[in-house]
Design a protein around this ligand. Structure first.
Ligand code: DX5
Ligand code: ZN
Length: 225
Protein backbone atom coordinates (compact mmCIF):
# COMPACT_ATOMS: atom_id res chain seq x y z
CA UNK A 1 0.00 0.00 0.00
CA UNK A 2 1.20 3.53 -0.74
CA UNK A 3 2.16 5.50 2.38
CA UNK A 4 -0.69 7.37 4.06
CA UNK A 5 -0.44 10.48 6.20
CA UNK A 6 -2.72 11.05 9.19
CA UNK A 7 -2.18 14.50 10.76
CA UNK A 8 -2.94 14.59 14.48
CA UNK A 9 -5.16 17.47 15.55
CA UNK A 10 -3.67 17.23 19.04
CA UNK A 11 -1.27 19.94 17.88
CA UNK A 12 -4.00 21.98 16.16
CA UNK A 13 -6.01 24.89 17.58
CA UNK A 14 -8.73 23.15 19.62
CA UNK A 15 -10.98 26.20 19.36
CA UNK A 16 -11.05 25.88 15.56
CA UNK A 17 -10.96 22.16 14.92
CA UNK A 18 -13.08 22.14 11.78
CA UNK A 19 -10.95 24.88 10.19
CA UNK A 20 -7.77 23.07 11.21
CA UNK A 21 -8.97 19.87 9.54
CA UNK A 22 -9.88 21.82 6.41
CA UNK A 23 -6.26 23.02 6.14
CA UNK A 24 -5.10 19.47 5.35
CA UNK A 25 -8.23 18.22 3.55
CA UNK A 26 -6.55 18.19 0.12
CA UNK A 27 -3.22 16.77 1.19
CA UNK A 28 -3.84 14.20 3.95
CA UNK A 29 -5.51 10.79 3.90
CA UNK A 30 -6.98 10.82 7.39
CA UNK A 31 -7.38 13.04 10.42
CA UNK A 32 -5.95 11.48 13.56
CA UNK A 33 -8.01 12.24 16.68
CA UNK A 34 -6.35 11.57 20.03
CA UNK A 35 -8.89 10.71 22.70
CA UNK A 36 -7.29 10.85 26.17
CA UNK A 37 -9.05 10.28 29.48
CA UNK A 38 -6.43 11.30 32.07
CA UNK A 39 -6.38 7.68 33.33
CA UNK A 40 -4.73 5.59 30.65
CA UNK A 41 -2.50 8.58 29.93
CA UNK A 42 -1.80 11.67 32.08
CA UNK A 43 -3.63 14.07 29.77
CA UNK A 44 -7.22 14.94 28.92
CA UNK A 45 -8.36 15.91 25.45
CA UNK A 46 -11.76 15.23 23.95
CA UNK A 47 -14.37 12.52 23.65
CA UNK A 48 -17.33 11.27 21.70
CA UNK A 49 -19.37 14.54 21.55
CA UNK A 50 -16.47 16.40 19.96
CA UNK A 51 -15.80 13.53 17.55
CA UNK A 52 -19.48 13.54 16.58
CA UNK A 53 -19.35 17.27 15.93
CA UNK A 54 -16.16 16.93 13.92
CA UNK A 55 -17.65 14.17 11.77
CA UNK A 56 -20.18 16.68 10.45
CA UNK A 57 -17.42 19.07 9.41
CA UNK A 58 -14.60 16.89 8.17
CA UNK A 59 -14.05 16.04 4.52
CA UNK A 60 -11.47 13.47 5.66
CA UNK A 61 -12.17 10.17 7.43
CA UNK A 62 -11.45 10.19 11.15
CA UNK A 63 -8.75 7.93 12.59
CA UNK A 64 -9.67 7.81 16.29
CA UNK A 65 -6.88 6.78 18.65
CA UNK A 66 -8.38 5.90 22.01
CA UNK A 67 -5.89 6.36 24.83
CA UNK A 68 -8.48 5.52 27.46
CA UNK A 69 -9.29 2.96 30.12
CA UNK A 70 -12.17 0.64 29.34
CA UNK A 71 -12.01 0.89 25.54
CA UNK A 72 -14.24 -2.20 25.46
CA UNK A 73 -17.08 0.01 26.62
CA UNK A 74 -16.41 3.08 24.49
CA UNK A 75 -14.73 2.07 21.23
CA UNK A 76 -17.76 0.66 19.39
CA UNK A 77 -19.59 3.96 19.92
CA UNK A 78 -16.91 5.84 17.96
CA UNK A 79 -17.39 3.42 15.08
CA UNK A 80 -21.18 3.71 15.29
CA UNK A 81 -20.85 7.50 15.24
CA UNK A 82 -19.04 7.27 11.90
CA UNK A 83 -15.31 7.18 12.58
CA UNK A 84 -13.74 5.13 9.79
CA UNK A 85 -10.90 3.81 11.95
CA UNK A 86 -10.93 3.17 15.69
CA UNK A 87 -7.80 2.10 17.54
CA UNK A 88 -7.81 0.67 21.06
CA UNK A 89 -4.78 0.02 23.23
CA UNK A 90 -3.80 -3.55 24.02
CA UNK A 91 -2.65 -2.41 27.47
CA UNK A 92 -6.15 -1.16 28.31
CA UNK A 93 -8.51 -3.59 26.61
CA UNK A 94 -9.85 -6.44 28.72
CA UNK A 95 -11.58 -8.20 25.82
CA UNK A 96 -9.66 -6.98 22.76
CA UNK A 97 -10.98 -9.56 20.33
CA UNK A 98 -14.60 -8.86 21.23
CA UNK A 99 -14.02 -5.12 20.99
CA UNK A 100 -12.11 -5.31 17.70
CA UNK A 101 -14.96 -7.37 16.25
CA UNK A 102 -17.52 -4.87 17.53
CA UNK A 103 -15.60 -2.03 15.84
CA UNK A 104 -15.62 -3.92 12.54
CA UNK A 105 -19.27 -4.86 12.93
CA UNK A 106 -20.06 -1.14 13.29
CA UNK A 107 -18.38 -0.50 9.94
CA UNK A 108 -14.99 0.89 10.92
CA UNK A 109 -11.45 -0.38 10.53
CA UNK A 110 -10.26 -1.95 13.77
CA UNK A 111 -6.90 -0.80 15.12
CA UNK A 112 -4.80 -2.22 17.93
CA UNK A 113 -2.21 0.06 19.51
CA UNK A 114 0.79 -0.88 21.62
CA UNK A 115 3.08 1.29 23.70
CA UNK A 116 6.84 1.48 23.11
CA UNK A 117 7.66 -1.12 25.80
CA UNK A 118 4.96 -3.61 24.76
CA UNK A 119 6.40 -6.38 22.58
CA UNK A 120 4.61 -7.08 19.31
CA UNK A 121 5.33 -10.80 19.27
CA UNK A 122 2.39 -11.83 21.47
CA UNK A 123 -0.06 -10.40 18.97
CA UNK A 124 0.88 -12.50 15.98
CA UNK A 125 -2.06 -14.85 16.35
CA UNK A 126 -4.68 -12.10 16.43
CA UNK A 127 -3.44 -10.15 13.39
CA UNK A 128 -6.43 -11.49 11.47
CA UNK A 129 -8.72 -9.60 13.85
CA UNK A 130 -7.23 -6.20 13.08
CA UNK A 131 -6.99 -3.81 10.15
CA UNK A 132 -4.21 -1.67 11.58
CA UNK A 133 -1.45 -2.18 14.11
CA UNK A 134 -0.36 1.07 15.77
CA UNK A 135 3.15 1.15 17.16
CA UNK A 136 3.65 4.09 19.51
CA UNK A 137 7.02 5.71 18.89
CA UNK A 138 6.73 7.88 22.03
CA UNK A 139 5.08 7.19 25.38
CA UNK A 140 1.46 8.18 24.70
CA UNK A 141 -0.06 11.30 26.19
CA UNK A 142 1.51 14.34 24.61
CA UNK A 143 2.46 15.79 21.26
CA UNK A 144 5.88 17.16 20.46
CA UNK A 145 7.92 14.42 22.12
CA UNK A 146 11.15 13.02 20.77
CA UNK A 147 10.92 9.95 18.51
CA UNK A 148 12.06 6.75 20.25
CA UNK A 149 14.56 5.01 17.97
CA UNK A 150 14.37 1.99 20.22
CA UNK A 151 11.03 1.11 18.55
CA UNK A 152 12.58 0.73 15.06
CA UNK A 153 13.44 -2.99 15.42
CA UNK A 154 9.85 -3.59 16.53
CA UNK A 155 8.54 -1.90 13.37
CA UNK A 156 10.68 -4.29 11.35
CA UNK A 157 9.47 -7.29 13.31
CA UNK A 158 5.84 -6.23 13.02
CA UNK A 159 6.21 -5.90 9.24
CA UNK A 160 7.73 -9.38 9.09
CA UNK A 161 4.86 -10.84 11.12
CA UNK A 162 2.29 -9.17 8.85
CA UNK A 163 4.12 -10.35 5.74
CA UNK A 164 4.48 -13.85 7.13
CA UNK A 165 0.72 -14.06 7.59
CA UNK A 166 0.04 -12.40 4.23
CA UNK A 167 -2.57 -10.12 5.80
CA UNK A 168 -3.59 -6.62 4.63
CA UNK A 169 -2.85 -5.10 8.05
CA UNK A 170 -1.70 -1.48 7.94
CA UNK A 171 1.24 -0.57 10.17
CA UNK A 172 0.91 2.86 11.75
CA UNK A 173 3.54 4.80 13.67
CA UNK A 174 2.61 7.62 16.03
CA UNK A 175 4.86 9.95 18.00
CA UNK A 176 7.79 12.12 16.96
CA UNK A 177 7.19 11.44 13.28
CA UNK A 178 8.70 14.30 11.27
CA UNK A 179 10.79 15.02 8.18
CA UNK A 180 13.78 13.88 10.26
CA UNK A 181 12.35 10.50 11.29
CA UNK A 182 9.71 9.44 8.75
CA UNK A 183 12.18 7.81 6.35
CA UNK A 184 13.49 5.52 9.09
CA UNK A 185 9.93 4.45 9.90
CA UNK A 186 9.06 3.78 6.26
CA UNK A 187 12.28 1.93 5.65
CA UNK A 188 11.53 -0.29 8.68
CA UNK A 189 8.04 -1.17 7.45
CA UNK A 190 5.49 1.47 8.50
CA UNK A 191 2.89 2.57 5.95
CA UNK A 192 0.60 4.92 7.91
CA UNK A 193 2.22 7.94 9.51
CA UNK A 194 0.70 10.09 12.25
CA UNK A 195 2.25 13.52 12.59
CA UNK A 196 1.03 16.20 14.97
CA UNK A 197 3.59 18.90 15.67
CA UNK A 198 5.38 18.28 12.34
CA UNK A 199 2.16 19.23 10.53
CA UNK A 200 0.36 21.73 12.74
CA UNK A 201 3.56 23.32 13.99
CA UNK A 202 4.46 24.18 10.39
CA UNK A 203 3.55 27.50 8.76
CA UNK A 204 1.85 25.58 5.95
CA UNK A 205 0.38 22.30 7.26
CA UNK A 206 -0.68 21.11 3.78
CA UNK A 207 2.85 21.58 2.47
CA UNK A 208 4.21 19.73 5.53
CA UNK A 209 1.92 16.78 4.72
CA UNK A 210 3.09 16.74 1.08
CA UNK A 211 6.72 16.81 2.18
CA UNK A 212 6.21 13.95 4.64
CA UNK A 213 4.44 11.92 1.98
CA UNK A 214 7.24 12.46 -0.54
CA UNK A 215 9.86 11.38 2.01
CA UNK A 216 7.85 8.31 2.97
CA UNK A 217 7.31 7.33 -0.66
CA UNK A 218 10.99 7.64 -1.47
CA UNK A 219 12.04 5.60 1.56
CA UNK A 220 9.39 2.94 0.86
CA UNK A 221 10.57 2.58 -2.74
CA UNK A 222 14.08 1.83 -1.45
CA UNK A 223 12.95 -0.43 1.41
CA UNK A 224 13.45 -4.17 1.31
CA UNK A 225 10.08 -5.19 2.79
C1 DX5 B 1 0.56 11.10 21.49
C2 DX5 B 1 -0.49 11.02 20.42
C3 DX5 B 1 0.01 11.46 19.10
C4 DX5 B 1 0.49 12.89 19.06
C5 DX5 B 1 1.69 12.89 18.18
O1 DX5 B 1 0.21 10.32 22.57
O2 DX5 B 1 -0.98 9.71 20.27
O3 DX5 B 1 -0.94 11.22 18.08
O4 DX5 B 1 -0.43 13.80 18.54
O5 DX5 B 1 2.27 14.14 18.21
P1 DX5 B 1 3.69 14.42 17.56
O6 DX5 B 1 3.58 14.05 16.11
O7 DX5 B 1 3.91 15.86 17.79
O8 DX5 B 1 4.68 13.55 18.28
ZN1 ZN C 1 -2.24 9.33 18.48
Amino acid sequence: MAPQISPSILSADFARLADEVARVADSADWVHVDVMDNHFVPNLTLGLPVVQALLDHSALPLDCHLMIEDPDRWAPQYAEAGAKSVTIHAEAAKAPIRTLRAIRAAGARAGLGINPATPVDGFEDILGEIDMLLLMTVEPGFGGQRFLDVVLPKIRRARELIKGRDLPVWLQVDGGVSAETIERCAEAGADVFVAGSAVYGADDPAEAVRRLRALAEEATAKADW
